[in-house]
Design a protein around this ligand. Structure first.
Ligand code: CS2
Length: 507
């Protein structure tokens, strides 16, 4: 994101002082930010956090009496230095550009972040902030990979070198788990109440997963602390949703050109936003339900619906579309064959396994998803969608395949997606020879296994940390191998194969 700088000297730089001079149709924070305290310390200030949780808090801060719920951002990675510099310069303000499908655009300056700590520069400051009595919630968006579990077994991965370092060096953490335990240890020693650890990542049972991983980590470091965490820390599960593409230079230019305001890191997102949370906080919480979030007893059916339809749908379009040579989600879903394929996947292979949800019409939900994907003003790159597929697909798609296989149901539409992932990881280019931008912590391993496909058509499935026992399931491998043969045939064409799978399915 280093190219996100605008050099025009005529424009007003975004900061607390310049807020008053911004055009009146930008919604700016009118609450007194100097009174806002950070009750939430958030680790992982990516675009999603700035388009989601920070926006809910920004709304809440408009209500007098909520000043204790501001956010202190934390960046754990060296790569967050630039973000820290920009946010600091802008008094932690940034512009949120909400782009509706009909072309309407809402612009808002978000003021809920009131501080940002860059951990590599001062680790103790982060631990102290988390351990401070004002901090009631430590929230996380550290991506699927940040939770450090083996995707096939769901167990904590003790082989990660950063984790080994953190277990042995409690005062010199690198990972989120290291920081959380260091701070919780201080709170325990000082007789302070624990904070709630609130995951805002797109992971099923994100609270339960965080709890399991943090306890697995803490147990190795300090068994007594681990027990205290188990008894005192709450980990609410939540479903989070808002499509937030990676910020681009054009997003900066838009804010400058339209408003004469220089914001070096604005965030663009879709109009839709959803947050469904289990109300199990251990140390008070903001009234998020007053600003559009929903508290429920059990978030499971909401998460399953979202992950198996929205996220899986994204991956279906992302992988198939990348091989075809498309570059964004809206471009891909506006191709009728892709839209039909997606809808058939959702209707035939996902919906039959979903629980019915009071107040949600699943058909309307799917229609809305297709509309959201088709939003021509959200240029969501397929490279973002396909990034870290190894952390995503086991939950998004492989879980659906396993359930269908158990029930004796057809899995051909999802199988083409897995086979296409193999081709994508092997060739690393579209069928027209355009290089693909693959970002995946496991990309080398994926490539190594996928490359063996010419000699062994199910070689990719031998990556058992992702596919579990799938390679041993002949119902699955029969379909998979046939599709691989088609995909690897000279001059193969993904659209023809998609059409063939659809036709076969309807017969
Ligand atoms: C996407 C998500 O990358 C992906 O897996 O499906 O980032 C998606 O945009 C968000 O979950 C929407 O809430």
């Amino acid at each position: 994101m280093t190219d996100l700088h605008h050099t025009d000297t005529q424009v007003i730089g975004l900061n607390q002082h310049s807020l008053q001079t911004l055009p009146s149709h930008i919604d700016v924070p009118r609450y007194d930010r100097s009174q806002v305290k950070a009750g939430i310390v958030h680790i992982g200030v990516g675009g999603f956090h700035r388009a989601h949780q920070a926006v809910y808090i920004n709304e809440l801060l408009k209500t007098p009496g909520s000043e204790q719920w501001g956010i202190c951002g934390v960046g754990l990675l060296e790569g967050n230095r630039g973000l820290r510099d920009i946010l600091k310069k802008q008094d932690y303000l940034y512009t949120l550009t909400v782009r509706h499908p009909n072309g309407k655009i809402d612009n808002q300056v978000i003021g809920s972040m009131v501080d940002f700590l860059f951990a590599p520069e001062d680790k103790q400051a982060v631990i102290n902030k988390l351990a401070h009595s004002d901090t009631k919630i430590a929230s996380l968006t550290i991506t699927e990979g940040g939770y450090n579990f083996n995707p096939a077994t769901g167990e904590f991965d003790y082989t990660n070198p950063d984790i080994i370092h953190d277990i042995n060096n409690p005062n010199d953490p690198i990972t989120a788990f290291g920081y959380l335990t260091a701070a919780l240890k201080c709170r325990k020693e000082q007789g302070l109440a624990a904070f709630t650890v609130q995951s805002c990542d797109n992971i099923q049972h994100n609270g339960n997963v965080t709890r399991k991983m943090l306890l697995a980590f803490a147990k190795e470091q300090d068994a007594q602390l681990s027990e205290w965490i188990e008894q005192n820390v709450a980990f609410p599960n939540a479903m989070v949703d808002r499509i937030t593409p990676v910020s681009k230079k054009s997003d900066i230019d838009y804010v400058v050109d339209t408003y004469g305001v220089s914001d070096e890191w604005p965030i663009t997102c879709e109009h839709f936003s959803q947050w469904v949370i289990e109300d199990t906080f251990c140390n008070t919480r903001p009234q998020w339900d007053q600003v559009g979030a929903q508290f429920v007893k059990d978030v499971t059916p909401f998460e399953t619906m979202k992950i198996r339809l929205l996220n899986a749908g994204h991956s279906v379009l992302g992988l198939l579309g990348s091989i075809h040579g498309y570059s964004t989600i809206d471009e891909t879903v506006s191709d009728p064959l892709f839209a039909t394929y997606l809808r058939a996947f959702m209707d035939d292979e996902v919906t039959p396994n979903l629980e019915k949800l009071d107040g949600i019409d699943i058909e309307v939900y799917k229609d809305t998803l297709i509309e959201r994907f088709a939003n021509p003003n959200i240029k969501d790159n397929l490279a973002r969608i396909c990034s870290e597929s190894s952390a995503k697909l086991p939950k998004f798609i492989i879980a659906t395949i396993n359930e269908n296989l158990k029930l004796g149901r057809d899995v051909s539409l999802a199988t083409l997606v897995i086979a296409t992932w193999c081709l994508y990881s092997d060739k690393r280019e579209s069928e027209h020879g355009q290089a693909l931008d693959i970002q995946d912590a496991m990309s080398d391993e994926l490539h190594t296994y996928a490359q063996k496909t010419q000699d062994d058509s199910s070689a990719f499935l031998k990556l058992t940390s992702l596919f579990g026992e799938l390679e041993k399931n002949t119902e699955f491998t029969n379909v998979y191998k046939n599709i691989i043969t088609e995909l690897y045939a000279p001059k193969s064409n993904i659209k023809a194969i998609m059409q063939a799978v659809l036709t076969q399915k309807s017969n």
